[in-house]
Write a protein that binds this ligand. Structure first.
Ligand code: HEM
Ligand code: HEM
Length: 274
């Protein structure tokens, strides 16, 4: 490697051009709009409400800190539960809206970006693991979620739904008789009773907390190693790549489209052209 390879990039150079590590030539990068507004909006609603739900939930499970003494004068637990329940409304509505958007949004917001339904995306999961474990030099070309991230989000959405169902099961018996959640009282005995459901609600919270930490770390790492604006993309909606990488992505997407049974299937919600 020449001395020029290791020298620091000149100050003031646009980040898109200095971002590629270990190269002397400045690559031309194409900027592409990937994450549409509803995806980004639901992402941040879910992420922020999750933070509030985790902190208030931990307090509900094992109250910590001041105040001590009788509950009635300060109503601390009451306030924490109120915040938990309002945050759970934001969380549940955002998750349901995002699930609906999986059938209406742009290509990168669709459900098949999460569930690996084509052979190429399925194999891509292993290729990405080999990249992360330093066996492969390059990850498989992708513009939306990489195949491993997509598959892990399927599990994450499963955990979101588990939190909503167990949360509603815990809430319903205490809901006012006219509340729309009151009819869900049947969930409590059906799912094994209050203590089992509280345990599951608590355990899945830790599953999501673990995911969040590794998710933020990988978003940052991918952004640095692949230099594609990954971390910023969930704010701006845009990613960057070289024209060669984009060509590779488009070829892969065309292959997916040609082999995708879900594009040929007769879905009841999709109109067919005559
Ligand atoms: C990711 C989202 C959520 C997280 C992280 C979360 C977290 C928690 C935690 C840690 C607890 C304490 C469990 C224990 O140790 O006993 C709790 C309790 C509870 N959560 Fe959630 N929760 C979430 C979503 C929801 C939702 C959507 C609802 C729906 C209404 C809900 C309703 C409840 C109820 C009713 C309790 C029990 C309160 C009580 O014991 O009186 N939660 N939550
Ligand atoms: C500083 C905090 C966070 C940052 C910077 C961040 C960044 C990102 C980025 C860059 C993506 C797109 C990744 C890709 O290409 O696959 C993404 C997607 C996603 N993130 Fe985060 N994230 C954060 C917090 C969270 C938290 C706390 C959660 C969950 C509790 C979460 C759940 C998800 C999910 C489920 C997706 C898939 C999006 C979808 O298809 O709707 N994120 N995030």
């Amino acid at each position: 490697m020449s001395a020029a390879d290791t020298s620091a990039p000149p100050r003031g150079m646009p980040s898109a051009e200095i971002a590629r590590p270990h190269t002397t030539e400045t690559p031309t990068l194409v900027r592409l709009y990937v994450w549409d507004l509803p995806l980004r909006f639901s992402h941040w609603n879910i992420a922020l409400s999750f933070l509030v739900l985790a902190v208030t939930g931990l307090y509900i499970g094992k109250p910590f800190g001041p105040p001590s003494g009788a509950a009635s004068p300060n109503f601390m637990m009451g306030w924490v539960k109120t915040v938990h329940f309002y945050a759970s409304i934001i969380f549940s509505v955002s998750v349901l809206a995002r699930i609906i958007w999986m059938f209406r949004g742009n290509r990168y917001a669709r459900w098949h970006e999460l569930i690996p339904v084509t052979k190429r995306r399925f194999i891509g999961i292993f290729k990405t693991i080999f990249f992360y474990t330093l066996i492969f030099r390059k990850p498989p070309a992708s513009l939306g979620h990489n195949p491993l991230a997509g598959a892990s989000y399927t599990a994450v959405f499963g955990m979101y739904l588990a939190m909503i169902v167990t949360g509603v099961a815990l809430y319903a018996p205490t809901a006012a008789p006219h509340s729309p959640l009151h009819p869900f009282t049947f969930l409590l005995p059906l799912l094994g009773g209050a203590s089992t459901i509280r345990w599951v609600h608590h355990a899945v919270m830790w599953g999501l907390a673990l995911f969040s930490v590794s998710h933020m770390a990988t978003a940052l790492l991918t952004s640095l190693v692949e230099a594609n604006g990954e971390f910023d993309s969930i704010f701006s909606g845009c990613k960057e790549m070289t024209p060669e990488e984009l060509r590779e992505v488009r070829e892969g997407e065309a292959l997916d489209d040609a082999n995708a049974w879900h594009l040929r299937a007769r879905w009841p919600w999709r109109k067919r052209s005559a």
